[in-house]
Design a protein around this ligand. Structure first.
Ligand SMILES: Cc1ncc(COP(=O)(O)O)c(C=O)c1O
Length: 371
């Protein structure tokens, strides 16, 4: 144990503030146990699991007020697999990618596949952001909604260009940020952040134009590995199945979280709650002499991943180490960013009161370390 013990009455009730995987609520675990005998350890081709998949799809459709013709797709492999699936099955000739952090960069890399033209990559420095913009020859536009590696968030807006698709990586935004999905053709995510589940699955809200593109490319002679074929995802999702075996616990945790979100008031509730928690962190950073919000433009500050730079006199690694020993975990910066920073997940499961306790704990630790 470190020499610094944070008083129990100062500690958050739940010390998990990671940017993903992130806080799983107790009720989700209780639901998982309750479902144990009917779902876990049973066939994913039989009604109990298919019903669970259908429930996840219905709840997502309700949460996002899904426009007519949009479908909820899912498959294995997380958002990383979706990037490759998109390169194989959604980009016709050339993609444009907005890159303002690691995850946007990973999509740009996937879109640099040899059967496509080199992507049009629009880059901004970490801590800022850049929008998509109509460009000659581009048939698919892609951006993260929330860049988890830096804590920059952009509005979801369709690029108005006849025949082109706009796809949004919502891995860390989904379930925590309100959005009008008519502003895009694919809103895709994995469920290990706001949605309080485990990784390994991707889900996508797909427009009729996206489905049409998937089917059109699927019917050409382009080689596509079976597990990455979006046509398989469409066919199987319509039957409430996945091509290969899904993680049943992931589906159960996800369904529980979607049910809770619905009971609490859906995306309106989620949006207000994540704004409140992240607001606590940003307000604290603004008024603290040795802390500064990393994203300079308040309009680009994420409401679900709050990044705060620390003055060089403060040893961020020592602060996070002491917090970890006291049960407050995972507020380290994104590893490749290499900054003296705290990155705090303020996803919807985080209680805003715990965000208040967290900043008090950080103050407590910094004061003690200085003694
Ligand atoms: C914005 C964003 N996109 C994509 C990913 C990759 O997701 P997965 O690990 O499910 O492949 C992450 C993971 O943190 C992310 O934050």
């Amino acid at each position: 144990m470190s020499a610094i013990t944070i008083p129990a009455d100062l500690l958050p009730r739940d010390g998990r503030f990671g940017s993903g995987p992130s806080l799983v609520r107790r009720q989700q675990l209780d639901d998982l146990v309750a479902r144990g005998r009917t779902v876990l350890g049973t066939s994913h081709r039989q009604p109990p699991v298919k019903r669970l998949v259908a429930e996840v799809q219905e709840r997502l459709a309700a949460l996002y007020r899904l426009p007519d013709g949009y479908e909820v797709l899912l498959a294995n492999g997380g958002s990383t697999a979706f990037w490759d699936s998109a390169a194989f099955g959604l980009v016709e000739r050339r993609a444009q990618a907005a890159v303002f952090g690691e995850f946007g960069g990973k999509f740009a890399k996937a879109a640099a596949a040899p059967w496509l033209q080199a992507p049009d990559v629009r880059t901004a420095e970490p801590g800022s952001a850049i929008g998509l913009e109509a460009a000659e020859g581009v048939d698919l536009y892609g951006t993260p909604h929330n860049e988890t590696s830096t804590g920059a968030m952009v509005p979801v807006r369709r690029v108005e260009q006849e025949g082109a698709l706009t796809i949004i990586d919502a891995t860390s935004a989904a379930g925590g940020v309100d959005v009008d999905v008519r502003e895009c053709d694919v809103y895709y995510f994995a469920p290990q952040k706001n949605l309080g589940s485990d990784g390994g699955l991707w889900l996508a809200l797909a427009s009729p134009a996206a489905i049409e593109r998937i089917e059109r490319i699927g019917a050409t002679d382009r080689y596509i590995p079976e597990s990455l074929k979006l046509t398989n995802a469409v066919t199987n999702s319509r039957k409430h199945q996945t091509l290969n075996t899904p993680a049943l616990a992931t589906l159960s945790l996800l369904e529980s979280q979607l049910r809770w979100l619905d009971e609490q008031g859906g995306l309106t509730f989620a949006d207000a709650r994540t704004r409140e928690s992240s607001g606590v962190v940003y307000d604290w950073a603004e008024r603290t002499e040795w802390a500064t919000p990393f994203v300079a433009d308040p309009a680009l500050r994420s409401q679900v991943v709050a990044t705060v730079d620390l003055d060089e006199a403060i040893d961020g690694a020592a602060v996070t180490a002491v917090l970890r020993e006291n049960g407050v975990v995972d507020i380290d910066p994104y590893r490749k960013l290499g900054r003296n920073q705290l990155r705090i997940g303020t996803y919807v499961s985080v209680d805003p009161d715990d965000a208040r306790r967290l900043v008090d704990c950080i103050d407590y630790v910094v004061e003690r370390l200085a003694q």
